[in-house]
Design a protein around this ligand. Structure first.
Ligand code: GMT
Length: 375
C-alpha cells in the first residue's frame, strides 16, 4: 500500500509512534510518505520505500497566525496526486484530522477517493481537543474519519465521554520493537553515570505540567535519603527550570543530571534501574513501555491508560496522582534488594514483549483494509 502519514515530527509520543509505525510498515513492503513540517526526529533513514515531504508555511505579515492547516491540506492533495498515495493515516486529531478531511474533500472534487484513518493519542482529546474553542472542529473531524483508533481503552472511554462521537473507536495499543533491544547494548557504560552501588533512576518526558516534574524530584528526594542513588532527567520543556530550582532547594543538585533531549533514550534506559512516571494524565505512557523493554521497572501514577501498560506488583507499582510518599516507598521496595530489582527487571521486560511491533503493526494493516472497504 502507499500510505501518507501525518504527524508531529517532534519528541512527543504521538510523533514517535507514527514514525516507528511508518518505518515498520516500510519494512513490511509498504510505501510510506511522511507529510509534516520537519523530518521526524526518529526517522533515521529515507529510502525508496520511505519518503518525507515538508510542509512549508510561507510567512505573510497580515497573518497573526500562519495557516498551517491550509498548507498541510494543500500539500496532502499534491502528494496524493503526485505519488498515488492510497490512504492517509493522521496521528493526533488537531489539526491533522481536520486538514486530512479537507484534503479528502478537495480530492473528491477531482474524482479521487482516499480513506483516512485517525489515531487519537491523548492530549488531543483530554487536554487540548476538549477545549470549547476546538471541540466542534475536533468532533467533526473525528466523525468524518473513515476509521478512528485510540492507543488505549482508557483514551477510548475518555473520547466517548467528552465528545459526541458517531463512529466506532478501535483500540490499538502503542508498540516497541522488542527484538531490537535484545542484544543491542551489552555494555551500558553505567560507570560513566554512577558509582558502584548507586541506583540509577530515570525520567523521560517533554517536561510539561501534565508530567508533574516536581513529583519526580520529590520522589527521588525521598529515595536518596534511604539508598545511594542518582536521577537522570531526560527531555526539555517548560517545567525544567522549576525542577532545577527545586533540586537546588532540596540540596540534591549534585545527584540529579539534566540531560536534555536525546535520540539515545535506549542507551540511558539500558543502565537505569527504575523509571518514574507520576503524570497527572497519560493516555498510554509510551515512555514507560520503552523503559520496560529495556528491563527498567516503573513507578507511576494510576491515571488514564498507564494501568494498561504498567502492571501493579509485576512491572512496577502504581499510586494515586500526587502521592509521592507512596511512590517513593514503592520505589524502595523495588530498589533496596538486588534480588527484587532483578525480579522486577525481568518481569518488566517480559510484559513489554506483549506490545512487540510484530503483534501490533498487523492490527493497523487490518484497519487499513477495513478503511478501503469503508471509503
Ligand atoms: O505525553 C505527551 O505530552 C506527548 C503526547 C503526544 O501527543 O505526543 O503523548 C501522548 O501520546 C503518546 C503516544 O500515544 C502516549 O504514550 C502519551 O501517554 C500521551 N500523553 C498524554 O496523554 C499526556
Amino acid at each position: 500500500m502507499k500510505i501518507g502519514i501525518v504527524c508531529y515530527p517532534t519528541f512527543g509520543g504521538s510523533g514517535v509512534v507514527a514514525t516507528e509505525l511508518g518505518m515498520a510498515l516500510s519494512n513490511r513492503g509498504h510505501e510510506i510518505h511522511f507529510i509534516t513540517y520537519k523530518q521526524p526526529v526518529r526517522l533515521a533513514l529515507l529510502g525508496s520505500n520511505i519518503h518525507f515531504h515538508e510542509v512549508h508555511v510561507p510567512k505573510y505579515p497580515l497573518f497573526h497566525y500562519q495557516p498551517y492547516e491550509l498548507a498541510l491540506s494543500s500539500k496532502l492533495v499534491d502528494m496524493v496526486k503526485l505519488y498515488g498515495i492510497e490512504l492517509l493515516h493522521v496521528h493526533y486529531a488537531i489539526p491533522h484530522a481536520y486538514a486530512g478531511y479537507m484534503a479528502k474533500q478537495m480530492l473528491e472534487e477531482e474524482g479521487i477517493y482516499i480513506p483516512m484513518v485517525t489515531t487519537l493519542h491523548g492530549t488531543d482529546i483530554t487536554l487540548v481537543g476538549n477545549h470549547p474553542f476546538y471541540k466542534p472542529a475536533v468532533t467533526f473531524s473525528i466523525n468524518k474519519s473513515d476509521i478512528v483508533t485510540s492507543v488505549s481503552e482508557s483514551l477510548k472511554a475518555d473520547t466517548l465521554r467528552l465528545f459526541d462521537i458517531k463512529n466506532d473507536i478501535e483500540v490499538i495499543p502503542n508498540f516497541i520493537d522488542a527484538h531490537a533491544y535484545k542484544t543491542q547494548f551489552t555494555d551500558c557504560q553505567r560507570g560513566m553515570m554512577a558509582k558502584e552501588g548507586e541506583r540509577i533512576i530515570t525520567h523521560v518526558s517533554n517536561f510539561r505540567k501534565v508530567k508533574r516534574i516536581q513529583d519526580v524530584v520529590q520522589i527521588f528526594y525521598r529515595i536518596q535519603k534511604e539508598i545511594p542513588a542518582k536521577l537522570m532527567m531526560v527531555g526539555e520543556g517548560p517545567e525544567k527550570e522549576k525542577a532545577e530550582l527545586l533540586c537546588e532547594k532540596l540540596g540534591i543538585e549534585n545527584k540529579v543530571m539534566f540531560l536534555g533531549n536525546s535520540n539515545e533514550i535506549d542507551r540511558i534506559l539500558c543502565f537505569s534501574d527504575l523509571f518514574l512516571l507520576p503524570s497527572e494524565t497519560e493516555s498510554f505512557g509510551l515512555a514507560a513501555l520503552e523503559a520496560m523493554v529495556n528491563r527498567t521497572p516503573v513507578v507511576s501514577s494510576n491515571t488514564g491508560g498507564i494501568p494498561e501498560v504498567n502492571r501493579q506488583g509485576v512491572t512496577g507499582f502504581l499510586s494515586e496522582v500526587g502521592n509521592v510518599d507512596e511512590m517513593a516507598e514503592n520505589a524502595l521496595k523495588i530498589l533496596k534488594e538486588d534480588a527484587s530489582l532483578e525480579k522486577f527487571k525481568q518481569q518488566a521486560r517480559k510484559e513489554s514483549e506483549k506490545f512487540d511491533v510484530n503483534n501490533i503493526v498487523p492490527l493497523y494493516e487490518a484497519i487499513y483494509e477495513k478503511a478501503f472497504k469503508h471509503a
